[in-house]
Ligand binder design. Sequence first.
Ligand code: ADP
Length: 492
Amino acid sequence: MKREFREMLNQRGRKTLPNVLLAAAECAPLSKTGGLADVVGTLPKSLARLGIDARVITPYHRVIKEKYAAQVQHLFYFFVDLGWRHEYVGIEKLELDGVIIYLVDSERYFGDKIYRGGYDEIEQYAFFCRAVLNAIPNLGFTPDVVHCNDWHTAMIPMLARTQYHGAMQENMRFLLTIHNIAFQGKCGFDFVQDLLGVDAKYYTAEFMELYGCANFLKAGCVFAHKINTVSPSYAWEIRTPYFSEGLDGILNARANDLSGIINGIDKQVFNPKTDAKIPARFDRGHLKGKAQCKAALQQRLGLEVRADVPLFAMVTRMTEQKGFDLVTCALDELMSHEDMQFALLGSGDARFENFMRGAEARYKGRLCAYIGYNEELSHLYYAGSDFFLMPSRFEPCGLSQMLAMRYGSLPIVRETGGLRDTVTPYNKYTGEGDGFSFANYDAWELREAVRRALDCWKDEGVMRALVNNAMQADFGFEISAQEYAKLYICML
Ligand code: ADP
C-alpha cells in the first residue's frame, strides 16, 4: 500500500483500503455510448493496481447479453416493487480483466436500448437504482463507498439515506461523479413518488425540486457525501449559472465537498508505437511513420497528398457543445485565405452535417467530411493530422484532445473545462506549450488561434518541439485512479 494512503487511513483509525462499488448505466467494453463507459471500465483496473477492490454494477443490456452470455454466471434473483409494478431482478456476475462486474438483469427494462429517452428512461433507471440498493446485502461484497455516475444512478444516495433506516445501505458512503451536467433526469414528482415511494416532503427546493420538476441529479448532489466532476476547471465552472444548467445553487452550497478529477485515456489501446489500426508506427523523435500516416489519411479521404500543407482534423459529435457554431462561422474564411487541409470525422445535428457536406463540395481535394462513426478510422485521423480542432462551448473533460496529443497532433482548443486543464498553450517567448487555445466563444478568436498554429507550421524547429511536448504529456489513468483512491479514503 502507498505510504500516503496508509497515513490517511491511520488518521481515520482504519487499516484497510475501502471496497468500492461503481454503479453506472454503461461500462466499456460491455456497453458504450460515451466517455462515461470508458471511465467505469478503466478505473477499477487502475484501482486494483493500488490495492483497492473496486467492482462494477451495471444493467445487463441486450448488447451485453448478445456478446457475453456464455461467460456470465447467475448469482441470485429477487423482485422489486415500483409502485404497482412487481419486477424480476436477476443478478449475474462477469469477470473481465480481473474486474468483477455485477449485471442487473431485467428483460422489461434492459431488453432493448441502453437509453430509452423521456419518461421511459426515468423508469428504466429508477428501477436500476432500486435494484442496486436491494441487491447489495446479497452480493457477498460489502462496499464502503458506492460510487454513482451521472443522473442515472444519482437517486441511490437519496433512497439509501431516507428509506433504508437501520439497514447496511444507510451507513455506506456515496460519491456522485458528474460526467455531463447537461443531463439531469427530470420528470414530474408524482412519477418519482409512484416509482420510488419518495416522501412528498422531499419535493422542495432544499432537496430534489428544481424549476417545478423532480430532478435526479439534484437529489444526488444533495444526498451524496462527496461530489466530483471530470476535470478541476469543470468543477468550478458548474458553480456558475452559465455552465450549471440550474444547479449552481446546490453546487455552491456543497462547494466544500465538490472536486474535479481529470479522466485518463487507455494508453495501451491508443499507442502510436504499437497501434495496428494505423499504417505505420511512430514515436517521439521518430516521426517518419507519422508522415506516412498523413499521406495515407490524405489518400484515403481524397485529399491532395502533400507533406507541406498543414492538415487540420476533427473527430467529434457534431453538436453545439463541440463548438460547431464557431466552425461554421470560421471555416470559409480559413479555407479561402490559408493553404491548409481539413478533415472531419463525425456525426450529429443535421444542420452541421449539411454545412460540412456543402464545404466538402466547395473545397474539393482540400476538405473532407466523413459523416459517420468509425472507430478504426479515428486512429488514422489522430495519427495523420498535424492539428486537432476542439473549440467546445463546454467540455467536462474531453478525451479527443488527449488522444490527438498522444499521436502528435497539436490541439487547438477553447479554454474551458478539461480542455483548459490538459492543453498548455504555446508561448513563443519561453517555448513552452503543447497546443493552442483561445478564451472566448468567438469565431474570430478561433480564427486567430488557427493563425498562430499556422505561424508555427512555418517553423520546423518550433513544430518539432511542440509535437515532442504534446507526445510527452502523460494522460494515463493511473493519475486519476490515485486521486479517486484518496477521495474514497477521505470519505471513510
Ligand atoms: P464526448 O464524450 O463528449 O463525445 P470526448 O472527447 O470525451 O467527447 O470523447 C469522444 C470519443 O469518441 C473519442 O474517443 C473520439 O475519438 C470518439 N469519437 C467521437 N466521434 C467519433 C466518430 N465519428 N468516429 C469515431 N470515433 C469518434
